[in-house]
Design a binder for this molecule. Structure first.
Ligand code: BGC
Length: 260
């Protein structure tokens, strides 16, 4: 096993991508030239109290699991500027104002690049997934515990858009359109698609995108809800699905100079 790890380290194109979510923290070594996982993904359940300290320990466990010493990228919810978490809906509020890259770098003993999780997923979809041939204004929206978004203009990311926080029919869009809501409230596809459709209409009326890519685990069930959506913008299911956040975090790490 050790020799495999050393081979990973030797490859400059490999990076460890980590996706911090409301229910699980997942990591994998990624070949950033192809977007493929090198070996298998490793997942740890998100602690009930997802404080910076607790999450630092979880991320460090993932780094140790892979005996990884190269570049590390980590996607997490919330707008993140210069490594600092500015707002949060689905992790412990004690994160707000904290320099996430310092928390993770200190816990792991190596430099960790931190970015918004939906931005990470979007980067991966644009490079290797449904977005690779799409130009113009492309919105990638992830539907999971929350609703995330990544906006691209001719392939260039406009970071930290929080379209899931828009007010739609008097509520934050993610309080209705997140995939979690369908499951938790046992909503029919028809009922939930209406919420999603309202959110997508709000997005297209504001941004007039050329395409919208729908990601998150639910995108593999696109046949159940795509036919029920009525927006005029061409819609595409994400092709990398749940792996996108990991791949995109690794891509972000690979394009960042290594320093602590
Ligand atoms: C957060 C976003 C995040 C999304 C998906 C939302 O609650 O505000 O920043 O991208 O959840 O995790």
């Amino acid at each position: 096993m050790k020799s495999a790890v050393h081979t990973h380290r030797a490859r400059h194109t490999h990076a460890l991508g980590i996706d911090v979510g409301g229910s699980g923290v997942k990591g994998a070594i990624v070949d950033t030239m192809t977007g493929a996982f090198v070996g298998t993904r490793f997942r740890i359940a998100t602690p009930d109290k997802a404080t910076p300290q607790a999450m630092g320990r979880v991320v460090a466990r993932i780094v140790r699991h892979f005996s990884w010493q190269g570049r590390v990228g980590c996607g997490m919810p919330g707008p993140i500027k210069d490594g600092r978490v500015l707002a949060l809906a689905n992790l412990d509020k004690s994160w707000i104002g904290i320099r996430a890259h310092e928390v993770y770098s200190d816990a792991c003993g190596c430099a960790v690049k931190v970015l918004n999780d939906a931005d990470a997923a979007g980067l991966a979809e644009m490079r290797f997934g449904a977005g690779r041939t799409l130009a113009g204004v492309v919105v990638v929206t992830t539907l999971g515990t929350g609703v995330g978004s990544a906006v691209f203009v001719d392939g260039v990311l406009v970071p930290n858009t929080e379209l899931g926080q828009m007010q739609v029919n008097g509520k934050r869009a993610e309080e209705r359109a997140a995939a979690r809501i369908r499951k938790e409230h046992g909503l029919s596809w028809k009922r939930w698609s209406k919420y999603l459709d309202d959110y997508l209409h709000a997005v297209e009326n504001i941004l007039w995108p050329d395409a919208i890519i729908i990601g998150g685990g639910v995108s593999k069930k696109a046949d159940k809800f795509f036919p029920l959506l009525t927006v005029r913008t061409p819609l595409y299911p994400a092709t990398l699905r749940n792996g996108a956040g990991i791949v995109g975090a690794a891509l972000a790490a690979a394009s960042t100079p290594l320093k602590h």
